[in-house]
Write a new protein. Structure first.
Length: 445
């Protein structure tokens, strides 16, 4: 029996498929574009080949993803008797994903991590699902279950680092990320995790220097990984007040790699929003992005994605923003049980708040976002990504200019500035709020 590079047995029927399957496994865990090579052997009816192809189609995160994945997962299930026990569980986990049962998919990936701890493609997929439902402890738990058996693999340390970081365990996160990079300098997920640590801890100049120093090895990556790491570089630049550099980075590295891909689109939308919230003029860039977002009004793959599509459409003045909001409201009560509360209790009010902010209705923005923010983790995304919604809420408080709103804004801003004293963006915003409160020169200096 053949094995992949991690030593996992493969029940493939065509020896020519082994390399393509290994490209999926190693490409997936290293965030490299070669993961798609498994589609070149889609004719191989081996169950694991079909399951990997189904997973790739699901990662499109589009309205067509499930329909495109179903024939592959059906073939995988029909041949499951030829699969190994490890492969069977992976097939069952992908089938649960295709059917919308994310809770079951996570359970199966956690079982896989305990029983087959070198199935790191399963680990990566399990972390993806935990991330999308805001289960940060789950992200860490599944990584730690594999760590002893896979300590020689740099990518498992990168995955553990991100799990630690999302659980606010910064020292452990940095240690794991640096171990991953020591094993393999080209470990972009570990770069990403360490970038998160430095941003969260307010080590802005250090973070910018680190990310730029390793950016030479961001080659051969999938579009999400390369654009997202540059997105992190742009966050450091915005906070350090290097506005022109940040805007140039958007044009050159963040937007335009794969404009049709969901993650590239939300990266662009969230960065344009941050530019504007920091007082940077983005020109007509919303219009270019909105032409692609307009195709997303019926997707409803993840609430985290829909919210950013909606904000981008609204900022561009597109009527599709209203269509998407209407569709979100209609979809939320019939969303899969495991994610329904996130759609109904978080996404719907946040969507109203975001559309209102984009159109200058600050009171309605405050009302909608105030309902969503306490439960925002339920829609997934990282701390750094979800910070966008808090920034929008904060901006609405400041612009509403009432004493109550400015009081709330002061508390939020000063806490953030205490944690990020290097941030010129936060200092400028805090100075303005203190002036409006009749306290010029207090707190932010």
């Amino acid at each position: 029996m053949h094995t992949d590079s991690l030593g996992n047995p493969l029940s493939v029927s065509d020896v020519a498929s082994v390399r393509a399957v290994d490209d999926f496994v190693m490409g997936f865990i290293s965030c490299e574009a070669r993961a798609v090579n498994v589609l070149s052997v889609a004719r191989d009816t081996s169950p694991i080949v079909q399951a990997y192809c189904a997973a790739l189609h699901m990662f499109a995160e589009s309205r067509d993803a499930v329909a495109n994945a179903r024939p592959f997962i059906a073939r995988a299930q029909s041949g499951v008797g030829r699969a190994t026990p490890r492969e069977r569980r992976f097939i069952a986990a992908v089938a649960a994903w295709v059917s919308g049962d994310i809770a079951q998919a996570i359970r199966l990936h956690e079982e896989q991590a305990r029983e087959f701890p070198r199935d790191l493609a399963s680990l990566k997929l399990g972390q993806y699902h935990c991330f999308n439902v805001g289960d940060c402890p789950g992200m860490l738990r599944i990584a730690l279950a594999t760590l002893q058996a896979s300590a020689d693999v740099p990518y498992v340390h990168g995955m553990a680092a991100f799990g630690y970081e999302q659980c606010h365990l910064m020292r452990e996160a940095e240690s794991s990320a640096r171990r991953a990079i020591a094993l393999c300098r080209k470990e972009p997920w570990a770069h990403h995790a360490l970038g998160h640590v430095m941003l969260t801890e307010g080590r802005l100049a250090e973070g910018l220097g680190f990310m730029r120093a390793v950016s030479d090895c961001w080659t051969g990556l999938n579009s999400f990984m390369v654009t997202h790491n540059w997105w992190h570089v742009a966050l450091f630049l915005i906070d350090l007040g290097r506005d022109a550099e940040a805007l140039a980075l958007y044009d050159e590295q963040v937007w335009g790699v794969v404009k049709a891909y969901s993650q590239d689109q939300i990266g662009a939308a969230s960065l344009l929003a941050r530019f504007e919230l920091a007082g940077i003029d983005v020109g007509d860039r919303w219009q270019d992005l909105a032409g692609h977002l307009a195709q997303r009004t019926g997707d409803h793959v993840l609430p985290f994605l829909d919210l950013q599509y909606l904000y981008g459409l609204a900022r561009a003045g597109r009527p599709e923003a209203d269509t998407l909001l209407h569709n979100i409201e209609a979809y939320a009560p019939r969303a899969p049980r495991s994610t329904r509360a996130a759609w109904e209790r978080v996404c719907v009010p946040a969507a109203y708040g975001l559309r209102a902010h984009a159109r200058g209705d600050h009171a309605a923005a405050i009302e909608g976002l105030a309902l969503a923010l306490p439960r925002l983790i339920e829609i997934g995304g990282s701390h750094a990504q979800r910070d966008l919604f808090e920034q929008v809420y904060l901006d609405a408080l400041v612009r509403s200019a009432t004493t109550t709103a400015l009081t709330g804004a002061q508390g939020m801003l000063q806490r953030q500035l205490n944690g990020q004293p290097e941030s010129l963006r936060l200092r400028r915003q805090a100075d303005a709020v203190y002036r409006d409160l009749g306290l010029p020169g207090v707190g932010a200096g």
